[in-house]
Design a protein around this ligand. Sequence first.
Ligand code: ADP
Ligand code: MG
Length: 148
Amino acid sequence: MEKMIYETNSPEETRKLGQKIGAAAAPGDVYTLVGDLGVGKTVFTQGIAEGLEITEPICSPTFTIVQVYEEGRMPFYHFDVYRIGDIEEMDEIGYEDYFYGEGLCMIEWANLIEEILPEKRFDVTIEKDLEKGFDYRKITIKEHKAQV
Ligand code: ADP
Ligand code: MG
């Protein structure tokens, strides 16, 4: 897979797409997630968690940078780096243990920490297109490869 484009027309569809990704995930997978407020990032992330067989609700980790869920078939590391002031804060929380760990890693606002993102990852973008309806979402998943 280089680049896949999905279109959804309801939160349920977006959640199901997340579920499929969570169900197919392998330990060490890294996803970034980008999209405007209210576009469906949390809906999508909740789906991923369900695909990992996590039953507890996903909350925004805004105040903790990373939220760890251990109850699924592999750990789920949910980052929201929106409030990061300095990249050194990532060192302080030991981000490498998560980015190169044994779980699925999902990073919201990943563009703010571009310089430390793993080369091997999937970049997810969720966009609205109001001409196609209020509930329409375009979800692009692009494989990012290491530069050789
Ligand atoms: P974010 O985390 O990106 O700020 P949320 O996931 O919290 O956004 O909220 C997305 C909102 O959009 C929810 O109220 C959801 O019901 C609504 N919504 C409508 N259509 C869709 C869709 N196709 N996919 C995802 N969410 C949708
Ligand atoms: Mg959210």
